[in-house]
Write a protein that binds this ligand. Sequence first.
Ligand SMILES: NC(=O)c1ccc[n+]([C@@H]2O[C@H](COP(=O)([O-])OP(=O)(O)OC[C@H]3O[C@@H](n4cnc5c(N)ncnc54)[C@H](OP(=O)(O)O)[C@@H]3O)[C@@H](O)[C@H]2O)c1
Length: 254
Amino acid sequence: MTEETSCPVALITGGTSGIGLATARALHADGYAVLVTGRNPHNLAAAERALPSGVAVLRADAGVLAEIDVLAAEARARYGKLDLVFLNAAVARSASLESLDEQFYDEHFDVNVKGQFFTLQRMLPLIVDGGSVIFSGSRIAKRAFAGWSVYGASKGALLSMARALAIELAPRRIRVNTVSPGPIDTPALKKQGFSPEKLDDFRSEMALRVPLGRLGSDDEVARVVAFLASPAASYITGSDVVVDGGMFTTLPSR
Ligand SMILES: NC(=O)c1ccc[n+]([C@@H]2O[C@H](COP(=O)([O-])OP(=O)(O)OC[C@H]3O[C@@H](n4cnc5c(N)ncnc54)[C@H](OP(=O)(O)O)[C@@H]3O)[C@@H](O)[C@H]2O)c1
């Protein structure tokens, strides 16, 4: 039987880039042993170079149950327990109703919904009583943008699922929350296929819509995740914490 690691242990899916990577750094600085996953070999290698040596980087496709099982076995063998599971991996692409196909739809729901659910199910035996589960939601679940129907629906499903799981896991004092970012400047923006000029235009246009006048940073979301995982948030469960600079509180600017 594996001996349990004495320090708190965090699993971050999609921890090789953006918000997940920043959270890995923040939690490591807070004294966690951290295990991050990703899928793209290039990003996995870059994360391994970028993160402190105490952070383990593993390839595991968040949408493939067989790979989630291997990940659970690996987490058990390395640490024997988990104090925090941050379910952050997601596919995020836009496409119109006319242009998107079944594969586009399935990939979003396989990774963003089914994969999150079964990752939590497979990790549950490892999660300590009093542990913390945090899902990456999105403000797009509640406010619409043309072209984001499938991604938005996947995040809406996740927010709903998280609330039910918060009730279900409360008897073990496992807190389940979601963090819903607004526009955060991460590599996800580049994945939208904009040219460099279009990307700058997009950033400027978004900043105009945010009352705080700028996009958020991955660190600003990471700090909220670290807070929600900490004893300081011991009475917070079933909540959705919005990190959007006030963007969706106000009416659209014209
Ligand atoms: N940035 C924003 O403005 C924003 C706004 C609202 C919500 N969010 C949410 O915040 C979370 C993080 O977003 P981000 O902006 O940090 O994105 P990002 O920089 O693109 O990072 C996404 C991470 O998810 C991983 N990933 C994607 N598909 C995966 C799969 N099938 N299996 C394993 N890992 C997978 C990626 O790894 P690979 O590179 O290896 O695929 C990467 O590590 C997501 O859930 C996103 O929906 C972001």
